[in-house]
Ligand binder design. Structure first.
Ligand SMILES: NC(=O)c1ccc[n+]([C@@H]2O[C@H](COP(=O)([O-])OP(=O)(O)OC[C@H]3O[C@@H](n4cnc5c(N)ncnc54)[C@H](O)[C@@H]3O)[C@@H](O)[C@H]2O)c1
Length: 372
């Protein structure tokens, strides 16, 4: 009897130790251009790619084969798979609602690529569902994971009130003087169909997420958009935002024809400059899909007159993002940026577009606060 009890206890200990070392099992839904950064990041973080799904076997099956994972063309098969813990939703924005809600209903954790959806009402619905489900949910804005961005967030806490923010995302893609690529004059265009808009959504969303993370939420927004003649998508967006905690944000984003501007002289020119009552931070990012240089943070402290440059190893922010997702999921922590963070970005983007279209100042109404 005693032997049997001891044996059972030993088995229980071994089982719980094995549970501790169990790898997080990832399901990848959508194997397009962004997916590689997710599955490679998860694999580097020690997670197991367990199941891969894409409507197109020609793009999805090779990824599944690379990791010895299962493959499906129907996302419901992946979501119903007991061998998947955390689902990466890497399809285009219009499909995020259906897939995220189904994944949460099946009790899976979710990491959803930005933008959370293509309208703020839908993003708020996803965020509410995530809150109710209580499962792990994160919106993937990877630029928060540059070490320079994390240091900026830390320093800001001790820098007092924000006076002004200048945030810019200029990315090299000549849609100004070169003819538009084939199909770009279709309505809806490829960009609107897949991403919900042009530069303001594709490039601007990242910087809007950084603005929200570093400087809070706006109360009012005035925006303008520039569209190429005959096109339904913008290639330039500008906005002024008056912030709840004080300070004014000047935001601009565009695809532009210049090949040598920016920190790395390669046309990539993205930065957030924050002036507070005690000093200034300047955070500059590097090109997202093949970083060979580090993002840079410069901190000027007015009292001492000192300027400090924070330089880190060149790294891909996706690797840091996926490692943090795995760590938080394993630790039972909340997903960050959260679903509500993703919603806030989409509400701000929609306000910029509405302000530009109606030529008015938009007063912000947040759907996660009462009154709605
Ligand atoms: N973080 C970034 O810097 C960044 C950059 C580009 C794209 N994105 C975001 O990543 C997401 C995907 O963009 P992309 O450029 O990789 O798109 P993509 O069109 O290249 O890839 C999407 C893939 O999803 C598949 N798919 C679509 N619906 C599906 C469904 N219901 N079930 C299974 N598979 C489905 C498609 O067949 C396609 O292979 C978007 O939300 C986009 O905004 C983020």
């Amino acid at each position: 009897m005693l032997c049997e009890l001891l044996f059972k206890k030993l088995c229980k200990n071994v089982r719980s130790k094995m549970e501790c070392f169990k790898m997080v099992r990832i399901g990848i839904i959508g194997c397009g251009q962004i997916s590689k950064f997710h599955y490679e990041g998860y694999a580097k973080a020690g997670a197991k790619i367990a199941h891969v799904c894409d409507l197109r076997p020609d793009v999805g099956r090779p990824v599944a084969d690379r990791y010895g994972a299962k493959f499906s063309t129907d996302y419901r098969a992946l979501i119903g798979d007991a061998d998947v813990d955390l689902v990466a939703v890497l399809t285009t924005a219009a499909s995020h609602r259906e897939i995220c809600l189904a994944a949460m209903a099946a009790g899976k954790g979710v990491v959803c690529e930005k933008t959370l959806s293509d309208t703020p009402a839908v993003s708020a619905e996803i965020a509410r569902a995530a809150e109710q489900a209580g499962t792990f949910f994160a919106t993937a804005y990877m630029k928060r994971f540059f070490p320079a961005a994390i240091q900026a967030r830390k320093l800001l806490d001790g820098m007092g009130q924000i006076i002004s923010v200048y945030a810019r995302s200029f990315q090299p893609w000549n849609l100004w003087t070169a003819p538009l690529p084939q199909g770009f004059l279709e309505k809806p265009s490829h960009l609107v169909r897949n991403y919900g808009g042009g530069a303001v959504v594709c490039c601007g969303s990242h910087v809007v997420d950084l603005i929200h993370w570093l400087a809070g939420r706006p109360t009012r927004i005035a925006g303008q958009l520039h569209h190429p003649p005959g096109a339904d998508f913008d290639i330039q967006a500008n906005a002024m935002m008056w912030m709840e905690q004080g300070g004014v944000v000047h935001f601009e984003t565009c695809w532009h024809p210049l090949k040598t501007i920016g920190l790395e002289h390669n046309g990539w020119d993205e930065k957030v400059e924050i002036t507070t009552v005690t000093g200034r931070l300047e955070f500059s990012t590097v090109v997202w899909n093949n970083p060979v240089n580090p993002a840079l943070l410069v901190h000027h402290d007015d009292a001492s007159g000192k300027t400090v440059e924070y330089r880190y190893e060149a790294m891909n922010p996706f690797d840091a993002e996926m490692a943090e997702m795995v760590r938080r999921f394993e630790a039972g922590e909340k997903g960050l940026p959260s679903a509500w963070d993703g919603y806030v970005v989409d509400e701000i983007l929609a306000a910029i577009v509405a302000s530009a279209r109606q030529n008015t100042l938009v007063e912000m109404k947040w759907r996660d606060r009462t009154p709605c």
